[in-house]
Design a protein around this ligand. Structure first.
Ligand code: PLP
Length: 375
């Protein structure tokens, strides 16, 4: 049997929505983008959403809104995809890593305060695998030191923790619709916020800082535009938005299917003492982006090869960012600097996890892995 690491969930309804865009006048940012933004904002419970080309762009724009740049520091986690730290690098600021919790892999809020300096401007937590960080604690620290919070919610549109939703306590939250994310347009991203000034700035910043967007320039009588500030070019097109619109309506159903797959995996690995799992927080809704198992670090790569050979797709989420060549060379990071992140990074194997997984595929994955991970 072959079980791919990921399969998307696009349907005929999504195809028809894209057809409608193709039959319309504007392929780029327009009415579909706006409709998607309204749906996303409503779903996460924020006032405003802005569709962008990627989460990486979203993170960079969010940092730029707060004028974060050269000489500034931003506190984040090494247990993430490189995009998180790279966005900080693009602005000229320095990513300052703080180690993570053993049980969840999320940034350890108790370690944040000691890394704050006079140059710290923001905290950039990542809701790893779909579980929300301790946002109440992080908000309290941010308020005490007058810092901004930018949430990397690339794994977590659906999550809540102790009644706190994604984006609720942060200043700006950033989402990804990359090919393997919970809802996808192949590539895509967004920000949400509750501040009208941020919202209006984002609308311009995604299109060079221009005062009007393309649709407004052409649909109405031609109007000259001005460029108010140096923005980026990272707007979400109608085509991307058309792919996403109906996925937002289906998102809770998709999550239920993943929740059920997660329960089957939990049950299947329960009696294997050589497999550990991240804890699932109580009083929370897990967005279930990634299902990862933790195995012995010295055998991880060998196990990965064997699992792959058995026909089961695998990935590593994530090797810690501070040990990537660029970050080691630029900042002198070395093994031992963030031991918990390093331990997770060398133990973790992500396995196939998507709503379309069939029961017999789930059983095959469980059986293959239990045969391979034995010591
Ligand atoms: C996927 C991902 C990103 C980047 O998303 P893009 O839309 O590909 O730019 C950022 N942060 C995390 C944690 C991710 O997993």
């Amino acid at each position: 049997m072959k079980v791919e690491f990921y399969r998307h969930n696009l349907t005929d309804q999504d195809k028809r929505e894209v057809d409608a865009v193709i039959d319309s006048l504007f392929l780029t940012t327009g009415e579909w983008t706006k409709k998607f933004e309204e749906k996303l904002a409503l779903y996460v419970g924020s006032k405003y959403a802005v569709g962008l080309a990627s989460c990486t762009n979203a993170l960079e724009l969010a940092l730029k809104y707060f004028c974060i740049g050269q000489g500034d520091e931003v506190i984040t986690t090494p247990m993430s995809f490189v995009a998180t730290a790279n966005a900080i690098e693009y602005t000229g600021a320095k990513p300052v890593f703080v180690d993570v919790e053993k049980s969840t892999g999320n940034i350890d809020a108790d370690l944040i305060e000691r890394s704050i300096t006079k140059n710290t401007k923001a905290i950039l937590p990542v809701h790893l695998y779909g579980q929300i960080c301790d946002m109440r604690k992080i908000r309290a620290i941010a308020d005490k030191y007058n810092l901004k919070i930018i949430e990397d919610a690339a794994h977590c549109i659906e999550g809540t923790r102790d009644g706190v939703k994604v984006g609720e306590l942060g200043d700006i939250a950033c989402y990804s619709f990359y090919a393997t994310k919970n809802i996808t347009s192949g590539e895509g991203g967004a920000t949400t916020c509750n501040d009208q000034n941020i919202y209006e700035w984002m609308l311009k910043a995604r299109q060079h800082g221009l005062s009007t967007n393309a649709v407004n320039r052409y649909v109405k009588k031609y109007e000259h535009y001005d460029m108010e500030f140096l923005g980026m070019k990272c707007n979400m097109s109608n085509i991307q938005a058309a792919l996403l619109i109906n996925q937002v309506d289906r998102i809770d159903g998709l999550l239920t299917a993943k929740e059920s797959a997660a329960e089957k995996f939990n049950e299947g690995f329960k009696n294997n003492s050589h497999i550990g799992l991240p804890s699932v927080l109580k009083n929370s809704k897990h967005a279930r982006h990634v299902y990862t198992i933790w195995v012995s670090p010295d055998k991880r790569d060998e196990y990965m090869d064997k699992i792959y050979e058995s026909g089961v797709g695998v990935a590593v989420n994530f090797r810690p960012i501070h040990l990537m060549k660029y970050y080691k060379e630029k900042y002198g990071y070395k093994p031992g600097d963030f031991p918990v992140s390093e331990k997770i990074g060398s133990s973790t194997i992500s396995i196939p996890f998507y709503p379309k997984l069939k029961d017999e595929e789930i059983s095959y994955v469980i059986n293959s892995i239990n045969k391979i991970v034995t010591g």
